[in-house]
Each structure stands twice: as C-alpha cells, then as structure tokens.
Ligand binder design. Structure first.
Ligand code: ADP
Ligand code: MG
Ligand code: MG
Length: 943
C-alpha cells in the first residue's frame, strides 16, 4: 500500500522512501511539510500534524478522487495527533481543531489556500466556550472557519462574506474588528452560514470529518487553480509537482492579549542586513498579519510584553538559519504565552539582499565562497546595476512639492510609470499599450500577480514589509512601496489623492522602492556606481578567482584549463575605462568605423571614398591618420597591460555617404529653383552614390573584401594602430594590440592582405625603434570560415566569433527582418525555443563554433578564441563558450559584471569530476572501468 500520509515524527521514513536527499523529501511532502518535519525532529515546538504527500495530490488529479487508502491513513494519523494533544476531533468537551494548509515543493506565497479552525461546529463551539470561558475567542474562530470554508472550499467570492460583516459593523457603529463582542461574532457565524446556504443550497457541514475531507480536496484542486498556474508559469515551477496538504493542530493567537501571531525574516530581506525583520499582532489569527487589515507592530516590541516567548523565538530563528545555512522566513503563534512555530523556509529576498547575504554568510563561515557565488543569479547582478533615481533630481522634485508620500521601502529600485488601479488594466496597458505602468492598489492578493509582473513598479496604501505585495515584488525584483497610508485610493473614481493633489489613472508617478518615497511626475534616473556596492565587488572578485583556478575546466582539444575571462566591446577610451572599472580584462572589439563618422572627419572620409586614384585616396587618408592614432592612443592608455582587439573597417562604404534619395531631392530642388552654384558638385556626388548602390549591401563589398579592393584604408588604420602602440610603449604603457580582420570567408583573403599589413607593423616598429607583442587574427562570422578554420588558423593568430552575423548567415535570416516579421511567431509555435540572436543556438551555430575551435587549434594549438557578439553577455551563451573552450567572452561594458558571474557559474557547473585514486588493492581492470566512467561523465557534461 502506498504511504500517502506522514506523521509529525516520521521524517526518517520520508527520507528513506523519497531516496534520502532533502530535495527529494521536499518534493514528496512539500516545502512546508519538510520544514515542519525537520523542526519537529530538532525539538522546536511545532503543533502536532500530519502531511499528505504530493503523490496523493497527483493521484487525485489523475483519478478525480482520493486514491485508495488515503482517507484511512488520514484518519489513522488524526488519531495519533489526538493522542499527542490529548484532544479529540469533534469531541464536544475538548475538541481538537486543525488547519488544512497547502504546501508544494517550492513555496508559492498565498497561491493556494489554507483553512483554519477545522473541527468547529455548533456543538464543539459550545463545548469550547465552556472549556475556555472565552466565548469571544470561540465565535471569532468559528466565523473565520465558516468564512474560509465558504470561500476556499466552496468557492464563494470573498465579498459575499465581507459585505454582511461590513454592514453589521456599520449598524453597530464599530470601526474595528476588535470592537466586536462574543455576541457579535456569534451573529456573524449565523450570517455567514446563511451566505453558504443561499449561494450553495446546502448547509455548512456540521460533521468535522466532512469538513476535513472537503478541505483536503480543496487544496488538491487549488493546485490547478488559475492563479497557481499563472504563478508557476511566471516562476518556471513545474506543473507536474503537485502540492502536499498539512493537517495541523491549531495554535491560537486569538485567545486574548496574552496571545499573538506573526511572521519574521531572520535577516532583512530587503537590504540583507543581519538583523531580524518581522511583524506581529496581539490577539489575532493567521492571515491577519499579511493581509494588512490591521496595523502590525515591529517584532522588537514583542520583547516588552512577552520577554520569555520573544527570547525563545529569537533563539529558534537563529538556530534555524544556521541549520539551513540561509535566511529563514518563519511564522509563529503565541497561545497564552506559549510559543509555537508554524513554518520555516528560505526567505525570498531582493537582489541587493541576495548579494549581501551570500557574501556575509561566506565571511561568517556559514557557506563557502563558491556557494556564495552560486547563490547569486546573473539577473540579480543586472538588477543591481539598473538605473536609480538621480539624487539631485529627487531634491529638486521635493522642492517643487512633487514628493507626495512615504511608505515602507519593500523592494528597491526606481520605477517611473503611468498608474493603473487594477491588475488587468496594468497588464493590458503594459502589454498592448506598451506603456510603463505602475500598479496601485490598497493591497494586493494572489490574483493580482500578473499585473505586478507586467508593471515597472507597485504601490499600495496598506500593508507592511511582509505583506503579499512586498513578498511578491521582492521575488520578481519589481520596485515596490507598501503601506503609503497618506495616499487615499478611490477605486470607483479611479483616482488617488494626497490632500488636494489628485493623480488620475494613466498619469505618471515615480516610485522609489529603495527609500519608500513617492513622487508625482517623472524623475530622471542614473546608473548606480559599482564601486559603491562593496558586497557585489567582493562577490565578483570571488567569481574571478573561480575562473582563474587552474584545472577548473577539463581541456578540450588543447584549449584552456582555466575558466573564461571577460573582455568588453568598447570603441572609445571612456567606454574602455568603464569596462575596466566593471572588471573587464581586455577589449574584445573596438569598431573603428564610428571614428569615421565624427562630424569633422566625415567630409575627409567622403573625399577619400570619392577619390578616383590611389594617390587621391592616400592623401585624404593621411589627413585622417593623426585622429585615428589619437583614438587608439587613448584606448591603449585606458587598457594599460591588457589586450585590445581593433577591428579594421567593416561596413560597406555607402554608409559613409549621404542618402541617395535625399541627394536626389536636393538636386531636383536646385534645378527647379534654377540654383546653379554647387549644382554640378551635387550631381557628381549623386552619380557616385548611385554607382555604389548594391542590391544586398550586407553581403556585398565590405569587410576584408573592401580591404582587398581598396587596401589604402586598412593600411592607414594599421599604421595608426602601430604608431599609437609605439608611442604608448615609449611612455611606459604596456600595449597588446591585436588587429582583427572582419568577414573572412577564405584563408586566401588573409594570405593576400595580412602580409601587407604585417609589413607596415614591422616598418613602424623599425621607425620607432621599439618592439612589443601583437597579433593578427580574424573574425569568424561566415560559416565557410568556421568550416575551414584549420586553414584560416594558418594566418590568424586569434579567432573572434561575430555571432550576430554568424547566426544570420547560418540560419539565412536577416536579423532585422526576422525580428520584425516572424521570430515571435516562430517562438509561439515552438519552432524556435529562444531568439537565436539573444541566446546562441547550440545545435547549429554553436556546433559550428565548436568545430571551428577544434579545427583551428589543430593548426595552431595556442589559438586565442573569443566571442564579440551580443551573445557574449548572455549567461546561457557564456556557458556554451566555456564548454567549447573559448578563452574569453567580450560584451558591452554594462554586462561585464553579469558575464563575470555567469562565467564562474559555468566553471562551477562543469568542474571536471576528479577521479579518486583507486585503492592499491583494486585490480587493473577496475581502474579502467573507473576511467571510462569519468570520461563518460565528462562527455555528457560537455554536450
Ligand atoms: P501560506 O502558505 O499562504 O503562508 P499557511 O498555510 O502558512 O499559508 O497559513 C496561512 C496562515 O495561517 C499563516 O499565518 C499561518 O501561520 C497560519 N496557520 C496555519 N496553520 C496554523 C495552525 N495550525 N495554527 C495557527 N495558525 C496557523
Ligand atoms: Mg505560510
Ligand atoms: Mg560582422
């Protein structure tokens, strides 16, 4: 018989049956269940419970009913809980009450519902009143049960219950729930029962077992509820996991002023500071804290009134953090001074907190540096380098009276957007209207998550740092301010106001999730400095150390055994400086054509292009030489000691010429107006531009082909490069110039051009009487070059994959046209899983790269290989580059930190399995088996 149910003391059985790993235990009994089992084993006070497995849930989904044996096992487990607590389910004298809580392998905050106080009926309620002498508590609990049962289990909308309560309080002149008396709550029990009768046509069940059965089933069903599915889609959690169900003895936080309930994080989930952050309420139950309907108190203030329970709680939280080696998100309830723990899990946190906690915990010795690096995602790093509000701009906005409110800074970052007052509108305007939206609500519920994800920011007027809005926003890295109570939201009129400042739906506001400040209008943002982010700098240093470890990579075809280096694409000295400050150790691509576009140079460039003789061209080029030399000089100086790859001119020449249509228009206008001055020159220009027309310029006269037709241009460029390098060397700067020839298709092109260029290099060094290291190499961006890489490497001392063109030409797509016309359809139809221009297509383009590297290194074992396309900053593509033996990836300066982390992740993930030296006793045959196995693993990993 399958074991569907695990009792609070059966953690060992769960480990055994699930196969031993804690991950497998979580998959079997869910995250919540595993935490409860583990805490019970550790002697932490947890109300007795049992857990129905995720397998039971999956079996239910298949069959549409409880699997055989489940209900009997539940009843048996309930008996054991009764024995442990000394109470009996349904017993009029001393009834056991339980909660029914969902809990999947991964926490899905609030996506599936929990029902509290199961077991209360008219009979047991009366018994409990006698037993506790606290009728208010009993009827408060009972009305909660009827309400939760009605909404969660029977699917009646919340409003159907909120409405009668609202009216009742209004009639009585009450403002707060705390004003309700025992008699009032007893009335509400009857009112809520009437709601169920009216909506469903039957009565709230007076049989506790029926309550339990239906509640269990409701949790199973909620796994496939819309909001749970949406949440899993948004977070990438598998739909096949199923949820567990925890049936747990109630601990009552609503038994009076000596009782309380709360939630806390063992460290600050927003900043990462090593200080507990939590909230609680006296005389309250469960959801009251997160729902934000009552004003909560900070956890520290619990100490005054309940010093003993507080001290015990702090001790337990610290212990749990140590045990799980991670920040814990805990729930607790204090019943008449006695502390009960109801949940522990690794808490969700912001990017900033992720980095800070990882680094702190490594420094505290709780985890290793490698683990710290593994805990941070490339997206986290991306978030930390996202724009933030400019300080000056904030001050100015404040002076102008645009600062309207301050709330709790729940999730950091700057958001500027147009406000919408419900999730559907926010999503619609963001997706269809392509607006930057900010979702504004009094508070959020699990049904609102789609609107939050679509928005740039979230603002609520109620709730605290552990409210639903705060937790979800932190998880998705959305800037969020909660509890900005000065803001009054009118959902009917669709406006919000602070005093007489009114903001209508669709108007702009700026939300600073870092400080909690709200402004009307748009506030400019600026890029945060990386140097100020001490923990991030430390973490990235550790990432670099991982990549520079010897033998972190198993050498493929004689490739490097260290991890990837990260270089940057930079055209100007200021980009190079930024790249260095972000940790780049080389320039992988400097495009020289930008330098031709500068306003004072363009006329000379055009003069050069229009020259009808080699002499004419050379004389124009000689005028360009000094400025090119200066460009390179600055670059070498900024990259002192690091390699700098400079690509020779790549685009077709017409790009430097005036637009043909515009020229024609000008000529025609002049003719019509009868203007003759300069007409002839314009007509000649038009003729030349016409003559340069190509039907497919991207595949026409450009790259190395242009250099062969007009070698004067690249000859000038190489002279400029080497003169600058020589000058820098004389100034004591260490230069490592690498000259890159673009668009090679056959080695014969290199055979033709490279010797000419190398002669210039030698000549300059001779003139300046100086020597330095340099390389000539090729871009690999035409499939033919990749295929014939063994030949290309005869001339090329380095390869750099231009993966944008390589992808275009391998697929036969023109990127602009593909992205505009059919890539989305292809992705929707599953023809392409990802956009191949963002993430390298490993099967096609990636395999070509792999081939090129291996062939190239056959000819030239120490061939230096890099990538300079946009893919160089994409984590998935970086992993591929690591696997196929690249020396480095080169990306935009802003993505360098992300790439450094991704490179370390790749290195850790593909660390070679080190074969343990077989014991001396083992036979030779066995040794061979071990070796084979290791090889197999290595092979698999490199796939
Ligand atoms: P979620 O996964 O949405 O956090 P939970 O199952 O943790 O849902 O329950 C919601 C609220 O009810 C929490 O505040 C929790 O502490 C409280 N709760 C659940 N079970 C019990 C119980 N047996 N006694 C007291 N409070 C409970
Ligand atoms: Mg919970
Ligand atoms: Mg190219």
């Amino acid at each position: 018989m399958t074991k569907w149910v695990y009792l609070f003391n059966e953690v060992k059985e769960a480990e055994k049956i699930s196969g031993g790993s804690w991950d497998a235990v979580k998959a079997l009994v869910g995250g919540k269940g595993s935490g409860l089992l583990d805490m019970t084993r550790a002697g932490v006070p947890v109300p007795p419970f049992f857990t129905v497995t995720t397998e039971a849930c999956n079996a239910y989904q298949k069959a549409g009913k409880f699997p055989a044996g489940l209900w009997d096992q539940e009843l048996k487990a309930l008996k054991a809980v009764e024995k442990q607590t000394g109470k009996k389910f349904g017993d009029p004298k001393n009834p056991l009450l339980v909660s029914c809580r969902s809990g999947a392998k991964f926490s899905m905050p609030g996506m599936m519902d929990t029902v509290l106080n199961l077991g209360l009926t008219d009979v047991t309620a009366a018994g409990m009143v006698k037993l506790t002498g606290n009728a208010r508590f009993v009827y408060d609990s009972y009305r909660r049960l009827v309400e939760m049962f009605g909404s969660v289990v029977l699917g009646i909308p919340d409003e159907s219950f909120e409405q009668p309560l609202h009216e009742y309080k209004h009639e009585k002149g009450y403002k707060l729930d705390t004003e309700m008396t025992a008699e009032d709550w007893a009335q509400m029990v009857e009112a809520f029962k009437a709601v169920i009768r009216k909506e469903k046509g039957f009565d709230f069940p007076q049989d506790p077992y029926k309550q339990l059965e239906l509640a269990t089933e409701a949790v199973f069903k909620s796994w496939n509820g819309k909001r749970a599915i949406d949440y899993r889609n948004a977070t990438g959690i598998s739909h096949a996991l199923g949820t567990a169900v925890n049936i747990q003895t109630m601990a009552f936080g609503n038994m009076g002023e000596d009782s309380a309930t709360g939630v806390a994080f063992s460290r600050n989930p927003s900043t990462g500071d090593k200080k507990m952050m939590g909230e609680f309420l006296f005389n309250a139950q469960g959801e009251d804290v997160v729902a934000g309907i009552r004003n909560t108190s900070q956890i520290e203030t619990l100490q005054e009134r309940m010093p003993k329970a507080y001290a015990e709680f702090m001790k337990i939280a610290a212990r749990l953090e140590k045990h799980y080696k991670d920040m814990q998100d805990v729930e607790f309830t204090i019943e008449r001074g006695k502390l009960w723990m109801l949940q522990t899990r690794n808490g969700k946190r912001t990017a900033q907190a992720t980095v800070k906690m990882a680094v702190d915990m490594a420094l505290e010795g709780l985890i290793s540096k490698d683990e710290a690096v593994e805990r941070v995602t490339p997206e986290n790093v991306d978030t930390l380098l996202h724009p933030q509000f400019d300080n000056e701009a904030k001050k100015n906005a404040e002076k102008e009276g645009k600062l309207i409110a301050k709330g709790v800074n729940a999730s950091p970052g700057a958001a500027v957007g147009q406000i919408y007052f419900d999730a559907d509108m926010a999503e619609k305007m963001a997706k269809e209207g392509k607006q930057d939206t900010i979702m504004v609500r009094p508070f959020t519920k699990p049904d609102d998550v789609h609107g939050m994800i679509a928005s740039k920011g979230v603002l609520t007027s109620e709730g605290g740092a552990t409210s639903h809005a705060a937790v979800v926003a932190r998880q998705f890295g959305i800037p969020c301010v909660v509890g900005a109570s000065a803001i009054k939201i009118d959902l009917d009129k669709r406006i919000m106001n602070v005093g007489d400042i009114v903001v209508k739906e669709g108007e702009w506001i700026s939300v600073d999730g870092t400080t909690g400040l709200i402004y009307v209008g748009k506030i400019p943002v600026s890029i945060p400095s990386i140097e100020d982010q001490v923990e991030l700098m430390t973490l990235l240093k550790w990432a670099d150390e991982i990549c520079s470890r010897k033998n972190i990579r198993s050498a493929t075809d004689g490739g490097p055994t260290r991890g990837l280096q990260v270089w940057a694409n930079a055209d100007y000295p200021k980009d190079a400086q930024r790249a260095r400050s972000y940790g780049a150790v080389g320039i992988g691509l400097c495009r020289t054509e930008h330098m031709f576009f500068e306003p004072e140079r363009l006329p000379i460039v055009q003069e050069m292009i229009l020259a009808d003789s080699s002499e004419g061209r050379t004389s124009a080029l000689n005028k360009l030489l000094p400025s090119q030399r200066k460009d390179f000089d600055g670059l070498f100086e900024a990259m002192d000691g690091y390699p700098v790859i400079i690509r020779l001119i790549d685009p077709p020449l017409h790009e430097f010429m005036p637009d043909e249509e515009k020229l024609l228009e000008e000529v025609v206008t002049m003719r019509v107006k009868g203007e003759s001055v300069g007409l002839k020159a314009k007509e000649d220009l038009l003729e030349s531009v016409k003559g340069m027309h190509e039907s497919n310029p991207m595949m026409g006269l450009r790259g190395v082909r242009l250099s062969i037709v007009m070698p004067e241009i690249v000859e000038m460029q190489v002279r400029a490069i080497f003169e600058a390098a020589a000058d820098c060397t004389l100034r004591g700067i260490v230069v490592k110039p690498e000259v890159m020839i673009p668009l090679t298709g056959t080695v014969k092109e290199l055979d033709w051009i490279q010797p000419r260029l190398e002669r210039i290099a030698a000549a300059v060094m001779g003139e300046k009487k100086i020597k330095f290291e340099y390389k000539f190499g090729s871009m690999i961006e035409i499939p033919r070059a990749a295929i014939t890489a063994a030949d290309v490497a005869r001339d090329a001392e380095f390869f750099s994959f231009g993966t944008n063109d390589l992808t275009q030409m391998t697929y036969g797509y023109s990127r602009d046209d593909a992205e505009r016309n059919f890539l989305i359809t292809y992705q929707e139809q599953g023809i392409l899983l990802k956009n191949p221009f963002q993430t390298i297509d490993r099967h096609g383009v990636g395999t070509l790269m792999q081939w090129a590297i291996s062939e190239g290194r056959k000819t030239r074992p120490n061939l230096e290989v890099g990538i300079c396309g946009e893919h160089g900053g994409d984590p998935d593509s970086i992993e591929w580059c690591h696997m196929i033996g690249n020396n480095y990836v080169s990306c935009s300066p802003f993505r360098v930190p992300i790439a450094r982390l991704a490179a370390a992740h790749a290195a850790l993930k593909h660390r070679p399995v080190i074969a343990k030296k077989p014991a001396a006793k083992k036979t030779v045959a066995k040794k061979a088996v071990v070796k084979k196995a290791v090889k197999k693993v290595a092979k698999k990993k490199s796939k």
